[in-house]
Design a protein around this ligand. Structure first.
Ligand SMILES: [Zn+2]
Length: 228
């Protein structure tokens, strides 16, 4: 059984998460709503707003947030669903859709592997799954780019970001990741994926740990870049 099928077998929502209309497939979002979610042009737009967060690092290649953040609209509901519902199928579905749309661009060009931002083992036990892994699976099922979960680990759980500001927040996400067998990642072009990117500090912290991957390049994919 492939991963897609096993995910399908687990979840059979009957109503579109956005419009509430009945869906006869196993999907979370109906075709009309999926089509109407506001896309960014990030797949082909260099120096976009997401990339601004990471360009200072000379290993950074490109970045894309699939959808526009919209404080009032459907995207907010979607983020809430992604963050708080136990619905990894939704993450898979959105990533699969994004990859289908991005394969006609050069966004995935040269990428050797996809690394989902790891959860701390304790958090993983609580939640039961890592949502970023489902995003990686959605992308990988379309692009056939392999997923790597063996070289980047989370060694600290970062406390709630919302309560922290400025420097304190930065300290909060430093050294939360560690790498292993970095020599196996020599000169790889890695796509880091996370569901929602706000300040970019988590990704920056992962990038900092990945300094042990000599000669690597790094790109980033997320669903939404939401600004606080
Ligand atoms: Zn709908």
């Amino acid at each position: 059984m492939c991963i897609g099928e096993s995910v399908l077998a687990m979840f059979y929502p009957r109503e579109c998460l956005i419009c509430g209309h009945r869906i006869d497939t196993d999907e979370n979002i109906c075709i009309n709503c999926m089509r109407s979610l506001p896309r960014t042009e990030h797949a082909t737009l260099r120096n976009n707003r997401l990339e601004d967060l990471f360009v200072k690092d000379n290993r950074f290649v490109r970045g894309a947030a699939f959808l526009f953040y919209d404080e009032e609209g459907n995207i907010r509901r979607l983020i809430h669903e992604l963050k708080y519902s136990e619905n990894p199928r939704l993450a898979y579905e959105l990533a699969y859709k994004a990859a289908q749309e991005y394969v006609s661009t050069d966004f995935f060009e040269g990428i050797d592997c996809i690394i989902p931002i790891p959860l701390h083992p304790r958090r993983l036990r609580q939640r039961g799954y890592n949502q970023s892994l489902y995003i990686a699976k959605g992308l990988s099922d379309v692009t056939k780019i392999p997923i790597d979960t063996q070289h980047l680990f989370r060694v600290r759980n970062n406390p709630k970001q919302a309560l922290k500001i400025g420097e304190e927040r930065e300290r909060n996400v430093s050294n939360i990741f560690k790498t292993s067998y970095p020599e196996e990642m020599f000169r790889k072009h890695i796509l880091l994926v996370d569901d929602v990117i706000t300040s970019g500090l988590t990704i920056q912290s992962a990038m900092s740990a990945m300094k042990t991957f000599k000669g690597c390049s790094i790109s980033v994919f997320t669903f939404v870049h939401s600004k606080r």
